[in-house]
Every structure is written in structure tokens, then in C-alpha cells.
Ligand binder design. Structure first.
Ligand code: SAH
Length: 466
């Protein structure tokens, strides 16, 4: 982030602008929405600027800016549409101690004016660090469409009601009240009965929330998918949006945790990975403790919570405590890995059965029906592959699996650093050592990456121009 977004209080502060043409007009229209003390320097000002000056909305000085003109100004805009004049003005303003913006010249600007969606007092500022004005305009258009014009009115009324709402205890009760107003009763009342209706809705809601019994807590066991935030379900997104507490595995990508409500408590309580792990009993106790305190807890697990996630143990704990719970499924690593190989997990005539197994569980290496797995055509997605690979390879070979059986390892499936490693059962250990896996990895036993690449020597599918 090269530019740090802030909202500057401009009421009564001095803002100067140099220029009198189209660029100046565009900036002034924005600046006139504030209560800044505006001064414009222009030899030849557009008629609108003259009118604004006559109406007392800004001060107009009919000459080019000179040293000292930007003294005590917080912001200075160069809008001369003339590179030499803008550079001269920038030097003056900088020397006078103002922060300088030169219209359409990111390099010489100390700050930038974002694209703005104005639902005063709600203001959305969009910045792309100058990288993609087209993108900013598109996002602005989308937001303009998504944010009802009435939002500004609701927010203004809401602001005036904040003191009254302080009658509600801070924290969840107060948040529930405001959520009810902004996303429930408020917009509906505004639409049917106008401003008066929205004001009445505030009183009605306050009475209701003052009398309301405290909300009971609950826990959602939510699948976070394999890492790509776009592979979250809509339900998972909504759960993260509203959670009070998010208890998450260590495998969860930071981009996904970013989506949690800003006020939510984020608690890392994972068992995966090689870092310090939180004992299962402690995780269970944490969930129960927060739900009992009335929180909406999201227990966020990588992939699908029901696949190698010790979900039942956590469910048993909340059930024993008599608490409310539900499951939100997610995309499991095997599905994401298959997408990474460009192929499917099942195929008519090849395998009508698909096994999910783990190479390594909490008790150590996991025993399987090796005989069945060793038979030709078998396909299995083997989780926790890194630790279990050597063991799985040994057992399968011992039970007669062909050394040439295709195996694909997918590391960091669905993430930007995804790697697809093609190998054969006989070479598995050596190839894994060579690959030096760092992220989570899953093994697709019996599957080669997409047919077109299967005949090629062992290289990452990502290196091949498909
Ligand atoms: N519930 C999870 C699995 C938890 S077990 C799911 O449904 O995916 C943890 C194992 O999942 C890891 O050791 C690894 O084998 C696999 N895994 C999770 N995320 C992965 C990813 N992005 N890429 C590859 N494997 C992954």
C-alpha cells in the first residue's frame, strides 16, 4: 500500500487550487461538498468559478499563484492543465508546507483524490494507486448501484440517534440494534414512510431491543475451502460477515481471515502444520466457552469440515453442553487438487470408486486396505501426504502395486503458489524429496495430470504451456 487512505476534516481549513479550466472545475465541484476555506488562483477563471466566488463559496484571486499563497493550507491542487505551470505551483505549495496534488500526475503528487461514492455521511473512497482508473470507475459504478440513495438519509438519522442508542449495553446488543436498523427496518420504513418513518423505526427498534432477551450463542462449523477465497461458499462468506468469534485452523489463508467481520475475535487454534498445536480438548472448551457467553462462533476449518477435521469430537462437545450448532460444508482439498491437474477424480471405465484416505493421522501412520488400493485402476486422494508418503509408498509396493502407477502431488491447491508434481509410485519418495514441499500437499494416487501432459517427463504442469 503506497498511499494510506484517510478522511481529512476540512471544515474551516485552508485549501488552495491553481487553475481555472475544466480540471479545476472538476476538483472544485468535489471540494465544494466540504466546508473547506477554498482559494482559487486563476488568470482566466471559468464562469462557474466566478459565480461561486460571487456567491461567497470560495475566494478567487485573478492571477497566477506566487510564493506564500499556499501558507497554512492543508491541501494544494495544481489543476492548470499545463505541465510547466503545475510544476511551478507544486514547488511553491511544497515550500509553503501544503500537501500537493497535481491533477493527472501521480508522480508529482503527494496525495491522490480517490474515486468517491457519496452517500453523505457515508463516503466510499476507491483508490488503485493510479494503476487502473478504469477499474476504479467500474467499482464506483457497481457501488453506486449497490448502495441505495437512501443510505445517506438512514446514516444521517442514525448518527443523530447514537446517544439514545447508548441506552443499550455496548457490544452485541447495540450492534444487533444497528444491524436491524440499517439492514432491516430502516430501509423498509424509509421506502414506505420516508424520513419520518425511518425516525419512528429507530424509536420502535430501541424499545424492542431494550426489552429483548439476550441472544443465545451458536456455533457454525464452516468449511473455508482449500485457500482461494473465491472458493468459499456464500454461506461461509455470510457466516464470516456476522461472526463474533472465529476460531480457525492454522491452514486458513490470511486472505480468508480478512473477510471476517472487523470486530470479530480471531483465534488461531489449529492442529495442522508443524507449528505449536492447540490440544483438541482446549479447542472444544474454547468453542463451548464462547457460545455460552452468547457469541456467534464460526469454527473455521480448511477444506470441508467433515473431511479429516475431527469435526465429530467438536460437535460432541457442543452437543454435550446443549448448545446450538450447524455445519457449512466446503470444497475439500481433493476437489481443488483435481482442478489443478486439469482432470477429474472419477472416470467411466477407469475408476467408479474414489477413496479419501490419510497417510498420517493423530496416532501416527494410518493403516488402510492396502490390498484393495494396490489393484490396478484404483484412485485415492491421500491427505496429509507429506508425512505419510514414504510409508504409503512402501505399503502399496509391498502389496503388489505397480511402480509405474501414476501419482500426482498437488501442493497449495487453488493458491497462487500451487504446484503440481507428476510422478510414479516407484519414484515417489525421491521426487518428493526433490520437490521440497513447504505448503499443504495432497497426493492423487492413480491419477496423472490431464492426458495431454501425462506422456511428458516429470515436470510441473504449471511449466507447460497448455
Ligand atoms: N478438511 C480438509 C483436510 C484437513 S487435513 C479438507 O477437506 O481439505 C489437512 C490436509 O489437507 C493437508 O495435510 C493436505 O493434505 C490437505 N490440504 C488442505 N489444503 C490443501 C491445499 N490447499 N492443497 C493441498 N492439500 C491441502
Amino acid at each position: 500500500m503506497q498511499h494510506f487512505p484517510i478522511f481529512v476534516a476540512l471544515a474551516g481549513r485552508r485549501v488552495v487550487l491553481s487553475g481555472g479550466g475544466g480540471a479545476a472545475l472538476a476538483k472544485l465541484r468535489l471540494l465544494l461538498k466540504t466546508q473547506a476555506n477554498l482559494t482559487v488562483f486563476a488568470d482566466d477563471p471559468a464562469p462557474e468559478i466566478v459565480d461561486w466566488a460571487a456567491a461567497g463559496r470560495l475566494r478567487l484571486v485573478r492571477r497566477a499563484a506566487e510564493p506564500g499563497d499556499a501558507l497554512c493550507a492543508v491541501l494544494a491542487y495544481g489543476a492548470n492543465e499545463d505541465a510547466a505551470e503545475d510544476a511551478r505551483f507544486a514547488a511553491i505549495a511544497r515550500a509553503d508546507g501544503a500537501l500537493v496534488n497535481i491533477v493527472d500526475n501521480l508522480g508529482d503528487s503527494q496525495f491522490i483524490t480517490p474515486a468517491i461514492v457519496d452517500r453523505d455521511p457515508v463516503t466510499v473512497a476507491i483508490g488503485t494507486e493510479g494503476a487502473a482508473p478504469v477499474l476504479a470507475r467500474r467499482i464506483k459504478a457497481d457501488l453506486e448501484a449497490a448502495l441505495p440513495v437512501g443510505l445517506g438519509v438512514l446514516a444521517r438519522l442514525g448518527k443523530g440517534f447514537r446517544k439514545a442508542a447508548d441506552a443499550l449495553p455496548m457490544g452485541r446488543k447495540r450492534r444487533d440494534f444497528w444491524a436491524d436498523y440499517y439492514f432491516g427496518r430502516g430501509p423498509a420504513a424509509l421506502e414506505t414512510d420516508g424520513e419520518e418513518g425511518a425516525r419512528a423505526a429507530l424509536d420502535m427498534l430501541l424499545d424492542r431491543h431494550l426489552g429483548a432477551a439476550p441472544q443465545a450463542g451458536r456455533v457454525q462449523f464452516v468449511g473455508a475451502g482449500p485457500g482461494d477465497p473465491e472458493l468459499l461458499t456464500l454461506k461461509a462468506r455470510r457466516a464470516l460477515d456476522t461472526a463474533d468469534v472465529v476460531i480457525h485452523d492454522r491452514l486458513i489463508a490470511p486472505e480468508i481471515l480478512e473477510l471476517a467481520r472487523r470486530e470479530a475475535d480471531l483465534i488461531a487454534a489449529g492442529k495442522e502444520g508443524f507449528g505449536p498445536s492447540v490440544p483438541q480438548d482446549r479447542i472444544n472448551a474454547l468453542i463451548v466457552e464462547h457460545v455460552r457467553a452468547g457469541a456467534h462462533v464460526v469454527r473455521l476449518k480448511s477444506g470441508d469440515p467433515s473431511v479429516f477435521g475431527r469435526l465429530d469430537e467438536e460437535i460432541a462437545a457442543v452437543q454435550d453442553a446443549g448448545l446450538d450448532w450447524s455445519i457449512v460444508p466446503g470444497i475439500t482439498a481433493a476437489s481443488a487438487a483435481a482442478a489443478g491437474t486439469g482432470g477429474s477424480l472419477t472416470r467411466r471405465g477407469r475408476n467408479s470408486e474414489l477413496r479419501f484416505l490419510t497417510g498420517h493421522d493423530m496416532d501416527g501412520f494410518a493403516e488402510q486396505d492396502w490390498q484393495a488400493l494396490a489393484s490396478p485402476g484404483t484412485v485415492a486422494a491421500i491427505y496429509m501426504a507429506k508425512r505419510g508418503a514414504r510409508f504409503v509408498q512402501g505399503r502399496l509396493m509391498m502389496h503388489g502395486a505397480a511402480p509405474g502407477t501414476p501419482v500426482t502431488i498437488v501442493e497449495n491447491a487453488s493458491r497462487p503458489d500451487e504446484r503440481v508434481i507428476e510422478t510414479r509410485l516407484g519414484d515417489l519418495s525421491a521426487d518428493l524429496d526433490a520437490a521440497a514441499l513447504a505448503g499443504p500437499a495432497i497426493m492423487l494416487y492413480g491419477l496423472a495430470p490431464k492426458a495431454a501432459t501425462a506422456a511428458l517427463p516429470r515436470v510441473s504442469i504449471k511449466d507447460i504451456a497448455l
